[in-house]
Every structure is written in structure tokens, then in C-alpha cells.
Design a protein around this ligand. Sequence first.
Ligand code: BJ8
Length: 384
Amino acid sequence: MNKNEVPSIFETFGDARKQGFIAVKNLKDQGKKVVGVFCTYSPVEIILAAGAVSVGICAFSDETIAEAEKVLPKNLCPLIKSSYGFAVTEKCPYMYFADLVVGETTCDGKKKMYELLSEIKNVHVMQLPQTQEDEVSKDLWYKEVLLLKDRIEKDFGITITDEDIKKAIRLKNEERKLLKEFYELSKSCPPPITGAEQLKVLYGSQFKFDIEQKNKELRDTIDKVKTDYANGIENVSNDAKRILITGCPLAGVTEKIVTAIEASGGVVVAYENCIGVKPADRLVDEEGDPYKALAERYLNIGCSVMTPNNKRMELITSLVKEFNVDGVVEMTLQACHTYNIETNTVRELLQKQDIPFITVETDYSTSDVAQLKTRMAAFIEMIS
Ligand code: BJ8
């Protein structure tokens, strides 16, 4: 086997988003319902239990931002503008085919955008509490989870049985265990795969709609990486500085940060973001009331829209230790107030742990690629 074989096994995930366009069209032709989701707080098990397909519809390209800015303010997070732009221009097949779009009251920009989106799409907004600790919030979220079930049953004219939801929970848990096993391969030193390869699988896995088949492919991918590593195939230098990425969701054009890190002698070993560890690190309890278990698991996601956001700090702390991290890079999107304000808390947290930290604020353009290269090179040099 030569070194080039390792990347080739990621192609099925790398092409998943594009191939998924056709897959979704075929599923629609077969009468399947499609539900677009915007956020890691969406309890997708309910969609799965309804026999429908869930697909992430956050957009990561600047292609439609100009169109979105005809309605939305310029000084708004690019993720919101881009996602809305793809909806109004009908350029995103996932959004186009979605029978229902589920959003949550996360940040102000997203929840106001949903009002506009609901003029052109069938939108259900879940009222997400702003805090995770108190009983009122837990109770509210439990009721919101039940309301989503009601909405899906009503819109799709179906009944979700206890058996349906329990099966969906088991399948999603299985997927989470596999994703976790996959990204935890990078705890090894050197990691068996680059951060770019890891991201390809984590992001691509969102666009594979047959969950049992996806789980099988994840199993095969893990086994292949393990075998190659055991056979001495190393893709990453032993000296590469081990980087944890945290912050706003990172994919598409913002992968420019991963490229800059890995071109400068670093390797991304873990992503704390929503395309990364956050959606996979905790399972849904398979005992007791399934909707209570879903509410409990999803409310405890550590996003900056929560106040306080202790869960994110706990996750960063444990990832830094578990992945033997040399430095942390935070990526925030322009005009994302919650993440941008929280930068200071993250900086202080890491200062106490003596872990080098840098934050970069960016958007969906490529105008800062050269600047990012310089900054990441200087950061890696500093921690070497
Ligand atoms: S759980 S990270 S997917 S809200 S849209 S908050 S970047 S200003 S995406 Fe998110 Fe759910 Fe949290 Fe994850 Fe900022 Fe932009 Fe808002 Fe954003």
C-alpha cells in the first residue's frame, strides 16, 4: 500500500454533499419527506422516526450573499446571509426539496431570518431556552421537543410510535459512537489522518441519508485507517503541532483556516465546533421517556447562545487533555456576537491551562487567505 491510499477512502464522504443532491431528489421521487435543519440543537431522531430524511441546510459559501443582502443587513453573520440567500435563489437543492425547515431561537440573526424564510418555506421554530441549568428551561425544552413531534405528525399525516422513536435513538447513538471512534483516532501521535481528512468525513457524513449504510461506511473507514496506521503508513509528521479548532461551525470556504494551519506545520487533531465533536460526544439515554431523554441530551450542547456556556468550556478543557493539544485556534464569523464575546472567556480558560490560543474572525470570502497563512504560520512557529 502506498501513502496515497489513505486519502482515497475519504472520497465517499468528500463527495457526499454533491452526491446527496441526487440522492435527495430520488428520495423525494419515492415519496419521502425531507426536513432541513439549521442547528445542532435540532433533535433529528424525531425526523428519522417519522420516516423522513433530515439534512443540514446551513450554507458555507459566499455565492448567494449579495442576493441575501438585498433583504438582510450587510453587518450580519455570513452563515445566516448565505443560508437565506440559497433559499431565496433556490440554489440549494436541500432547501428547495425541504418539506419542512426546523430552526431554533439560537442567535438573534437566525431567529429573525426565520421570520423572512417562513414567507417562502414551511418553517417550524423551536423556542430554545437561553440557559441549561434551571428546571423552567428544561421543562420548556421538553415541551418544545414534543411540539416538534406534533408538528411533524400533523404536517406529514403520520403517527410516530414509541417503537419508531426508540429505534431512531438507537440508530443515531450508533452513528455518534462511530463518529466519535473515528475522530478519536487522532488522539494518536502522530494522528493517522490530517485535519482536512477528518473534516471531510465529519462534514460529509451529514449528507448520507441511509443511516444504516452510513454507519457501515463509517465502520469500514475506521477499520481501514487503523489497519494502515498499524502497517506503518503515516500521513502526518511526528513533529506536527497538534491543534484544536473551536468556535463557529467550520466547513466550505472557512476550511481556509485548516489549510493555513496544515500548510504551516500544524495538524488539526480535533474540532470542537458543530461540525465535529459537539454533535457526537454525548449519547441519548435509551431508557425511560424517549422525549425526555432527547430534551436532556440536546439542551446540554455547549453553544455560545447559552448563558452561561459552561458546557463549551468543559468540552474544550477535556479535548485539550485527551488530544494532547499544543495550541487552540478559534474561528469566529464576522458579526457573530455570541462567539465573538465569548472569545475572552475561552482565552482566560486556556491561559490558566498554559495552552497557546489564537482567535481569527473571518467571513465567507477568500480575501484573507494570505493573511490567514501568515497568522497561522506565526502561531505554529510560536508554539514550536
Ligand atoms: S449549536 S454554533 S449550529 S447556533 S448563525 S450563532 S455563527 S451569528 S451557527 Fe450554531 Fe446551533 Fe450554536 Fe452550533 Fe453565530 Fe452566525 Fe448565529 Fe451561528
